[in-house]
Write a protein that binds this ligand. Structure first.
Ligand code: URA
Length: 211
């Protein structure tokens, strides 16, 4: 797992040395991070939503307007749909899952985060994963897949969604890719496929006794 050590930045060193999730979150929230341009337009650094003792993590793209205002991940329309999707397989997003994003600050105009922003923020997400030690990571949408698993290269979401796989970088984690809930709001015809993917996730979680 990549760690960053900066001789001249004590807050940052404390963040990467944090031994528990609560201290990590608190330090990042108070860090006033300015490692990328996204800090200029944010109201809050959005770390997560849910329970850090969960064995399941969901990773989305970036905070939107609602998340930026509330300082919590997936609290808008897409978040409500994510809650309903998880509830359909008896997962409570407050208790059974920890939800995070590829970047922790809202990009302007709802655009996807660019490579420099992702590179600046990724060590924080990796530290989060390190502290949570999830058994399953659900990647929500193409942006999450592209940045978490760069070795996928050029991929088609229609091929990847619903697939379980592992990655050398996170040997103890099982990954599943799902369509991003915002995409389902945009194209509800994808709901049928999504339901098949979510059922596969449920089956895997039960077979492996993860839930
Ligand atoms: N979309 C995301 O990818 N993340 C959020 O937190 C909210 C909407």
């Amino acid at each position: 797992m990549s760690m960053q050590f900066d001789l001249f930045n004590e807050t940052e060193n404390d963040i990467f040395a944090a031994k528990d999730y609560h201290s990590f979150k608190d330090l990042v929230k108070r860090s006033n991070c300015a490692k990328c341009e996204l800090h200029r337009g944010r109201r809050n650094i959005v770390i997560d939503r849910g329970d850090p003792s969960s064995r399941i993590m969901c990773i989305g793209e970036a905070p939107g307007e609602n998340e930026d205002i509330k300082g919590s991940a997936f609290v808008g329309r897409a978040g409500k749909l994510l809650d309903d999707i998880m509830k359909s397989i008896d997962l409570d997003t407050e208790q059974d899952v920890l939800i995070a994003n590829i970047v922790k600050c809202k990009p302007p105009g709802n655009r996807a985060p660019v490579r420099d922003e992702v590179s600046a923020c990724m060590p924080y997400l990796q530290k989060q994963i390190d502290l949570i030690q999830p058994q399953v990571i659900v990647l929500l949408g193409a942006v999450a897949l592209k940045h978490m698993i760069p070795e996928k290269g050029d991929f088609a979401m229609a091929e990847e969604a619903g697939k379980l796989f592992q990655s050398n970088q996170y040997p103890s984690v099982h990954f599943m890719v799902l369509y991003h809930p915002a995409y389902l709001l945009y194209d509800p015809r994808k709901k049928k496929d999504m339901w098949e993917h979510v059922k596969r996730l449920d089956q895997f979680l039960k077979e492996t006794n993860i839930v």
